[in-house]
Design a protein around this ligand. Sequence first.
Ligand SMILES: N[C@@H](CCC(=O)N[C@@H](CS)C(=O)NCC(=O)O)C(=O)O
Length: 208
Amino acid sequence: MLTLHCLAYSRALRIVWLLEELNTPYQLEFYDRTKEFRAPDALKKIHPLGKSPVIEDDGLVLAESSAILRYIDQRYGHGRHQPADQTPAFFAHNEWLDLSESSGAQPVIAAVMDKIAGKDTVPENPAMADRLGTFLDYVGARLEDRPFLMGDTPMLADIQISYLLALADRAGVLDTRPVLAAYWQRLQDQPGFQAAVAKAGPMAPPAH
Ligand SMILES: N[C@@H](CCC(=O)N[C@@H](CS)C(=O)NCC(=O)O)C(=O)O
């Protein structure tokens, strides 16, 4: 059976969402954060990077949430959370799926860390604020005329970006972005999201 190594308040919630939605049997190994809000050393025994999510399945050990989502969707979901292979939509979806970790994660995490540190402006660093604005503008423009990134149905890219929206909301940066705030609400309304939070707790860290 597939094992998911899931750190509290982490990107691993994305994987729980997909597994719950596909009804795939899995074992959840749950890890609390350290006092410094880091991953415990135990995760380094599973994968050299020592981060979460990581899965083990049939001898395969896989890190990186986008790679894990693709693997699970192809192996257990017949690729139903991605557009048909080799179509323009398939490649566009790859861009949206990869965007979260490549361009979105760093400025969003900077914003939430500065918020937790009590800074007046988040993110405090102007270059990071600029990158955050570019990322959120791009996602917001995409959602002007569709409920989810690829149209009417949530796909892997929506599951992937949900973690960033949880953090952006926690940082308060959705307060002035109604299109993104409404999208974040639609994601939270998904049964897979709700099942994931019920199993593994919230995505964003608590307020104190
Ligand atoms: N790009 C990786 C990032 C993995 C990552 O940084 N995970 C965080 C949790 S959200 C982590 O394990 N942090 C603990 C630490 O670095 O000590 C992915 O998408 O899976």
